[in-house]
Design a protein around this ligand. Structure first.
Ligand code: GTA
Length: 312
């Protein structure tokens, strides 16, 4: 099978893959149980509730203001004066509905693990040696990880097939590149794509050795080329990294705009792909042996395992 790339127009389409108004809204029946987290600065709120009798998590996030709709926004909105003092005045601008959208993510049915993931909690930094990974972390994630069904659906074209921006179908070095579900594709400032590898035997950074260098270099060069061509963003404007620990244990790489302070891009969680490649070139067992630090939430079962093992 040959590599394929969706045409730029499709990739830049302003709507998501469905692109139509949803007739059966899963949020109209949503009964709020509690607010898991909210942030006035990020203008988002994470809510736990029920849709019929199923647990659900709904994430509401105000969309950034788009440069390409600015003139329309200023021309067609109503302004309500709040205060005026000398040269200063503030207003409430009432924008037309299509310029005032709220990105909405629904997870339903949500497991207890989903609810905990979004609950605001104290976090602790764990330092995991290679041995800790094999004796503490691996047994835990083998039994407790989030399902990667959504990943398999993407690889098998059972979901999000029309959102795929690029695919290299090679079973060993190939991958699928598509918009992350945190990106609404409406503006480049918060560009966020993920590359999901076709191989199913690599859980995370920990499994990587020099054997995987052809996969990693292929992913970096084709991922960066595609993003440059499709979105006009050069490699020097991209942050390309792995999460450790990831939530989903099927190897994937995050491609985000350097200008976007994406959740999880801090030093305690993100490992630049270029660093990973160089570390593996220098030492094939680098990620097998070295200690890796990562944050865990207070009620994460893995934190308990580290405590039980006397590692904290
Ligand atoms: N295209 O179905 C999907 C899908 N799912 C289920 C997850 N992702 C998906 N992408 C597509 N379709 O970037 C994406 C996620 C994430 C990546 C998995 O796959 O958006 P990871 O394994 O390293 O998991 O990456 P991780 O680190 O938990 O990522 P995630 O979910 O981004 O969480 C990190 C923090 O981001 C959260 O704690 C929260 O603070 C924040 N966050 C998560 N979701 C949202 C959201 N919708 N809006 C705002 N903030 C969010």
């Amino acid at each position: 099978m040959a590599e394929r790339e969706n045409d730029g127009a499709a990739a830049k389409r302003p709507k998501t893959d469905a692109g139509e108004l949803s007739s059966d809204s899963p949020v109209s029946d949503f009964k709020i149980t509690r607010i898991l987290r909210e942030c006035a600065r990020e203008k988002n709120i994470f809510i736990h509730g029920k849709v019929k009798d199923q647990d659900a998590v709904v994430i509401l996030e105000k969309a950034p203001i788009r440069k390409d709709t600015l003139s329309e926004l200023l021309k067609s909105s109503q302004l309500q004066l709040e205060m005026k003092n000398d040269v200063y005045s503030t207003y409430q601008l009432q924008a037309p509905a299509h310029l005032n959208e709220i990105k909405t993510t629904v997870i339903c049915p949500a497991t207890e693990k989903h609810v905990k993931k979004y609950l605001h909690q104290e976090v602790f930094l764990v330092e995991e040696s290679g041995e800790d990974y094999r004796t503490v972390t691996l047994p835990y994630i083998s039994s407790q990880s989030f399902s990667v069904q959504w990943v398999h659906n993407i690889l098998e074209k059972k979901a999000e097939a029309d959102r795929i921006v690029f695919e290299d179908p090679d079973p060993l070095t190939g991958f699928v590149l598509l918009p992350d579900f945190k990106w609404d594709k409406k503006q480049i400032q918060d560009l966020y794509l993920i590359a999901i590898v076709h191989r199913r035997d690599v859980k995370s950074l920990r499994d990587l050795t020099s054997e995987h260098l052809p996969l990693l270099t292929n992913l970096r060069s084709k991922g960066e080329d595609t993003i440059q061509r499709q979105y006009g963003v050069p490699p020097s404007k991209l942050r390309v990294y792995f999460h450790y620990q990831p939530s989903y244990h099927h190897l994937h790489v995050h491609f985000t705009s350097l200008e976007y302070n994406a959740p999880g891009c801090g030093v305690e969680r993100a490992h630049l792909l270029s660093d990973v490649i160089q570390n593996l070139q220098a030492d094939s067992s680098y990620y097998h042996n070295r200690s890796l630090a990562f944050p865990l939430r207070a009620d994460d079962g893995l934190l308990l395992k580290f405590k039980e093992a006397g590692k904290l």
